[in-house]
Design a protein around this ligand. Sequence first.
Ligand code: LLP
Length: 417
Amino acid sequence: MHHFNYRDNELYCEDVPVKKIAEEVGTPFYLYSHATLKRHFMAFNEAFDGTRRLVCFSAKANTNLAILKLFESLGSGLDIVSGGELYRGLKAGFQPNRIVYSGVGKRIDEIDYALNTGILMFNVESLEELELINKRAGLLKLKAPIAIRVNPDVDPKTHPYISTGLKKNKFGIDIETAIEGYKVAKSLKNINVIGIDCHIGSQITEVQPFIDALKSIKVLINRLRDLKIEIKYLDIGGGLGITYNDESPPELNDYAGAIVKSLEGMPLQLILEPGRVIVGNAGILVTRVLYRKQGKDKEFIVVDAGMNDLARPSLYNAFHAIKPVVKSEDEPIKADVVGPICESGDFLAADRRISNVKKDDLLAVMSAGAYGFVMSSNYCSRLKLAEIMVRDDKFHVIRARQDYEDLIKGESIPPFL
Ligand code: LLP
């Protein structure tokens, strides 16, 4: 359920006609519904009622400050993967002790930043990283709280680019090596072992892979207890999928219920890192039809948003529903929806049955709230889009569209040229 609905054949976001926003801010733009964001976060959090947990929104899915601030105000923690995300999180007001830091390639400056900030824990992804965090914490005269990210080798049955918990993936540490890692960690002076972490992939539409991962982790926790290593926090990452097209991901209560049941009798504090399931269906990308074009074999709808604005279709062949902002009576057509970029991979939809839109009509690319704006680029010197948040009957620009000055910010021509 979300708040993008038709009224008299016209698409609204909450109580604001999408067309009105397009007229005022121009196209393309990302558009988020405050009510949907809020409801999704609260529903996720409440699904774990009765369990000690900290839901840490996964910043990478959508890092806009306004969106981070909203989740912070609803009691969220934050899952970060870079110094930049830490900076944003602090700007949005997150308490450091509600921030967890994952990622295989943490740099020294990022480690120091997180240590000085006093985050809840580092999710350590290699033994070399563990040594480095210990060393940096020593220099700063601090103790670094850590979890080891284990790779349980389960198949999340998702797109290969976003599966992370298989032994062929670069993420985490396999169970046997993790035990060695914990022994080393326990012996390090500036490390405080507090948790265990695991994230097996994204857009997962079944409960079973999560439960399989937990099974291995429980065994590991018990083995660690035998070694007198007590685990306080269990971070099970994010990854719950959403409906883009015809997927039927588990209901939140089924997902939460299965996790809680599988951890029965274990006195742990749970950490969850949901991203997509909170923001994915709370945002759309609004784009305008520039031209219709009849190719030899195909019909093309050329729109003003491209692969630089929404990379998912080109990158993963991902499906995003595309709806007309104003419905027409015409029979739908079959077409490719393509952007202005000089690459054949620049499409938002291929061979799609779609409304018979004309030049200047508006289209809504649905389910674009997660991994949309955050993965956009300035390729072809295209300006990054505006982001808009609607609340009730008002809209707010939460990121201004870039201008040409922004494009060359920081560039300089050396004196010899
Ligand atoms: N925690 C960790 C350690 C992660 O790596 C991720 C996502 C999450 C949490 C959040 O996962 P979610 O709940 O959103 O599935 N760009 C891709 C998705 C990449 C996911 C990367 N990691 C896409 O557009 O589908």
